[in-house]
Design a protein around this ligand. Structure first.
Ligand SMILES: Cc1cc2nc3c(=O)[nH]c(=O)nc-3n(C[C@H](O)[C@H](O)[C@H](O)COP(=O)(O)O)c2cc1C
Length: 151
C-alpha cells in the first residue's frame, strides 16, 4: 500500500505531568528548549536553538493570533493562548501557552514560554474558532483528502 503524501497528520498528546519550556531572544529566535519541548516537537534541541520560534508554526494557526501575541508582549509584557504547533514529522500538538518577559539587572533580555496540555473540548473549540478566523481573514484553510485505495 502506498500513501500519496508523507504527511501523517497525527496528534502528539502532551503529558500532563510535564511542562514544555522554551526561551527566545527579543526577536523570537529560540535560545533554550527543555528536553520535553524537543521530544514533543520531534526535533533535537540543537536543531531548534538559533532558529525562529516559527519553526513549529502550524499552518492552521491564523496570522492574527501571532500579531496579537507580539502586540501584547510589547504593551503588557505577557501573552497567553491556545496554540496548535507543527512537529518535525508534520504531526501536531496543541498547547496552552503562557509567554512572559525575562529580565536581567532590570533590563528586558528575553522571553520565556511555558506550555501545558489542553482538554479535548478546548482543542475542538479552538480548531473551529481558528478555521473560522482564517476563513474570515481570507487565509488558506486546511484541506485533507483521502484517495481511494485501488487494488
Ligand atoms: C517565547 C515565545 C514563544 C513562542 N512560541 C511559539 C510556539 O510555540 N508556536 C508558534 O507557532 N509560535 C510561537 N511564538 C511566536 C513566533 O515567534 C512567531 O511569531 C509565530 O510562529 C508566527 O510566525 P511568523 O511571525 O513568522 O508569521 C513564540 C514567540 C515567543 C516570543
Amino acid at each position: 500500500m502506498e500513501y500519496n503524501s508523507s504527511n501523517f497528520l497525527l496528534e502528539t498528546i502532551v503529558p500532563s505531568e510535564e511542562l514544555i519550556v522554551s526561551r527566545t531572544d527579543l526577536k523570537g529566535n529560540i535560545t533554550y528548549v527543555n528536553d520535553t519541548f524537543a521530544e514533543i516537537s520531534g526535533y533535537e534541541a540543537n536543531e531548534l536553538i538559533g532558529n525562529p520560534h516559527s519553526i513549529v508554526r502550524h499552518p492552521d494557526m491564523p496570522k492574527a493570533i501571532f500579531s496579537d501575541l507580539w502586540k501584547e508582549l510589547e504593551t503588557k509584557g505577557k501573552w497567553s493562548g491556545y496554540v496548535k504547533n507543527l512537529r518535525k514529522d508534520q504531526g501536531y500538538y496543541w498547547v496552552y501557552a503562557e509567554i512572559s518577559e525575562v529580565h536581567k539587572d532590570g533590563k528586558l533580555v528575553e522571553y520565556k514560554s511555558i506550555r501545558t496540555p489542553m482538554s479535548f473540548e478546548k482543542k475542538v473549540e479552538y480548531q473551529v474558532k481558528y478555521d473560522q478566523l482564517k476563513l474570515t481573514s481570507g487565509e488558506l484553510i486546511r484541506h485533507v483528502s483521502y484517495t481511494e485505495y485501488k487494488k
